[in-house]
Design a protein. Sequence first.
Lengths: 317, 317
Amino acid sequence: MIDQARTIVVALGGNALQKKGEASSSAQQRVADQTVRQLLPLIQAGHRLAVVHGNGPQVGNIVLQQEALNTPEVPTMPLEDSGAMSQGLIGFWLQQAFHDAFEVQGINKAAVSIITQTVVDRDDPAFSNPTKPIGPFYSQEEADRVAAERGYNVKEDAGRGWRRVVASPRPQRIVEAETIRQLVESGTLVVSTGGGGIPVSQADDGTLSGVEAVIDKDFGAALLADLLDADTLMILTAVDAVKINYGLENEQSLGYVTADELSRYIDQGHFAAGSMLPKVEAAREFVGKSPGRRAIITSLDSALEALEGRAGTTITY
Amino acid sequence: MIDQARTIVVALGGNALQKKGEASSSAQQRVADQTVRQLLPLIQAGHRLAVVHGNGPQVGNIVLQQEALNTPEVPTMPLEDSGAMSQGLIGFWLQQAFHDAFEVQGINKAAVSIITQTVVDRDDPAFSNPTKPIGPFYSQEEADRVAAERGYNVKEDAGRGWRRVVASPRPQRIVEAETIRQLVESGTLVVSTGGGGIPVSQADDGTLSGVEAVIDKDFGAALLADLLDADTLMILTAVDAVKINYGLENEQSLGYVTADELSRYIDQGHFAAGSMLPKVEAAREFVGKSPGRRAIITSLDSALEALEGRAGTTITY
């Protein structure tokens, strides 16, 4: 039973858009359609949804396509531009999937995607240690050349060659948050903050400039949920619950945990960097700011059950 | 003197985003910044603006980048997906340019871009005679191959080789119009319907599917202006006014014309297909539907003067 209408920020992981190795437009749109069908019961229950999506495989491919040509007439665009393109692409797929589901189910609701900029801090320590590989593999010679010519940071990637690496700074502010809030409150399904948002830095005069970086979409979703003062942040991923002692004999799924309990598990090293760690950190950050908030980490399949408290991991203040 | 606050749909031509041959991101963003500075007086005068932009050079480059790789892992996306990417890219540039101008001028206003789908009719006669070239040049052999493998229509292009051609159907409906209207009415600067909108067709059950076509952005802007019931459709282009007897001794700029007068000039063949013709047709279509509407065709430089009736061509009912 649903107790009340909530504002829910849903963060969709890579598996919500793409099955491994099926990169065609039609294959990705089929997965998006399936994802939307699984989210529909939340909307039918009366909740207001703001959807945030990842963009790793899609922006990766856009960068590869850009690098494959790169002539004066068709130059490679900076990474933030590829991020903007991926928001357009994935936003189109998702808003069409929601539109179609609403039509078929007779739900009178609009679905739109908002291009979203996320302000990052130029002094974020992430910029002094870029770690996220992006774009094609290079020989050491090529890597030296692009580093010199374009100012790229390059790193050797586990024996497979050299790649560009960029920073993954923490999101500080979502520029379009007020518009997103206005639309969500009026009942519109809003897709935004794709890939965590297009990273921008803000100068002293208030103007913005694109930054070649990537933002973790779970931190972006947590920030959006905070700015919307959402009731619930729902991080949907490939597993049905957060686990401690993962892969060991005493592995245990977490049902309900407080932010403090979760902090202890984080400190004890239960969660893998780049995988479950950013999700639990994002969840803790969101709920830790205000009592009454909750974060849910679960799989797409279990979304509705988890919202009703019968599946997944629920993190409270 | 401004008489009253109006809702104005502004259609930006290619010259508002790119100078010939300057395709880099920074060069295009400089042009976008300049464009926005020229539109600012309209906003400062209290008018509500909805901005529609073209995407020809940008989507053309995205298609070339896609075709340059096209592997199973990084497949070429259909044309509607490239259109969506171009909306993300150009929307990002424009909304950032507006944001920055608002910050510097102390204007308290949000600027957002909405990914926009435009419904076209599968029975539109344009589909039986596709005319818009897109993508790379092919040899006749390659053209035959892509035609067979991908179902492309190909045509010989003025001795320069073969190219894919797609249809340019008339826009019938803008799917996200109600959200755009809501935002514009509440004072938000909205960028939408980029490249005329992403072409989609609607099935009997209401669901949408992407269509590999291009939509004329001026017709898209006229349709948006109609759906928003805007006061003014402003088509900004490279020339300061519509001209009859263009290039002849008796060439004459049009100041004020009615839709009927404009129709006569159209019938007399004064306007070049693919250039001024779609602009005057879009203008006539918008004003012809309701008295009190007006359309303005002028250059970016003359936008404010034209709105005050002191420059450009004004078309009334």
